[in-house]
Design a protein around this ligand. Structure first.
Ligand SMILES: Cc1cc2nc3c(=O)[nH]c(=O)nc-3n(C[C@H](O)[C@H](O)[C@H](O)COP(=O)(O)OP(=O)(O)OC[C@H]3O[C@@H](n4cnc5c(N)ncnc54)[C@H](O)[C@@H]3O)c2cc1C
Length: 291
């Protein structure tokens, strides 16, 4: 199928892009990597009158490690984030999660910020942003606003981006020292959207005991689901904590639904199992980095 007719804009500067977006308002859509938008147009699930292609906005093609955070510009591709050595050093979870996004060809073109704004509840990066309590910076002709992850993901395929706004940057905060992370997921084939995915973050105190633990889950709710796991394991040595209790806590919190891919009970089971496995991996990575 072909998309409905639209007017194509290819601004050369962020200012020009914002001016076009202001003019076209709710009849406009930003085109970034096109990996989600083009199928949506071809299937005629959306019919915007204007597409605003941001691929010339090279100023937004960056991955920057700032004090306490990794900042990702709107034109950074998944592959840029995945391969960035400094970002991996500061925040390994970004690569751990991104290497599960689709296939290399899609990661070469699709953008991390585009994935956030697309707000697919099965997508990895929205869950990572939620787990880290990050934010997205939205710009218009009249100014900018930072929207925290907890307010950014509104529903399935629905983010807080308003007509006329361009998401210019995502901020992924770096967790405290002695924090290990892991991303694990189950999909029918490698590269498919996950039936369930879990990102887990474990912070140990100076004695190696669990000070904090959190999980974030995909494909088990209308938006990414974050669960504080600390209560199940606080104070126990990281390498001997009962991580299955943390898994049980997460499974009792999420509210998945049955669909054609899996039953709610199976997804809840995966939440439990993936939480325990990912937490152990996160702790083992900490042990390696301290050795
Ligand atoms: C076969 C296939 C498998 C995939 N598997 C996965 C997967 O396993 N996990 C996963 O996370 N993703 C997956 N994806 C999606 C992929 O990650 C996309 O790259 C991503 O969802 C959207 O990024 P994009 O840059 O291509 O955005 P586009 O497709 O260009 O845009 C997506 C939406 O976001 C809006 N948008 C984009 N950028 C901005 C911006 N800067 N400001 C405001 N609005 C903006 C667009 O208007 C549109 O509504 C898959 C895609 C395909 C085709």
């Amino acid at each position: 199928m072909k998309p409905p007719a639209f007017r194509y804009h290819r601004p050369a500067t962020v200012g020009d892009a914002l001016a076009v977006l202001a003019e076209v308002g709710s009849d406009g859509k930003v085109l970034a990597g096109g990996q989600s938008l083009v199928p949506v147009l071809n299937m005629r699930l959306a019919a915007p009158g204007h597409l605003v292609d941001i691929n010339r906005l090279r100023d937004l093609a960056y991955v920057r490690v700032a004090p306490g955070a990794v900042r990702v510009g709107a034109l950074a591709r998944h592959a840029d984030v995945e391969r960035d050595a400094a970002a991996f050093e500061a925040l390994p979870l970004l690569r751990q999660a991104t290497e599960n996004v689709a296939h290399p060809a899609i990661r070469n073109r699709g953008t991390t910020v585009g994935s956030l704004t697309h707000a697919d509840p099965a997508a990895e990066l929205p869950a990572v942003l939620a787990l880290l309590a990050g934010s997205v910076t939205l710009a218009t002709v009249s100014g900018r606003r930072d929207v925290p992850a907890a307010e950014f993901f509104v529903g399935p395929l629905e983010s807080a981006v308003r007509p006329g706004e361009l998401a210019v940057e995502a901020t992924f905060p770096v967790p405290p020292p002695r924090t290990g992370t892991a991303w694990l997921e189950i999909s029918r084939r490698r590269g498919d959207y996950a039936v369930c995915g879990a990102g887990v973050l474990v912070t140990l105190d100076s004695d190696g005991r669990v000070a904090a633990a959190r999980g974030a889950y995909v494909s088990v709710g209308p938006t990414p689901v974050v669960v504080d796991l600390t209560g199940a394991v606080a104070g126990h040595p990281g390498d001997a904590a009962d991580w299955s209790a943390a898994g049980a806590l997460a499974a009792s919190t999420v509210r998945p639904e049955d669909d054609i891919h899996a039953s709610a009970a199976y997804r809840r089971h995966l939440v439990s199992v993936l939480t325990a496995r990912a937490a152990k991996v996160a702790v083992s990575r900490l042990a390696v980095s301290r050795a």
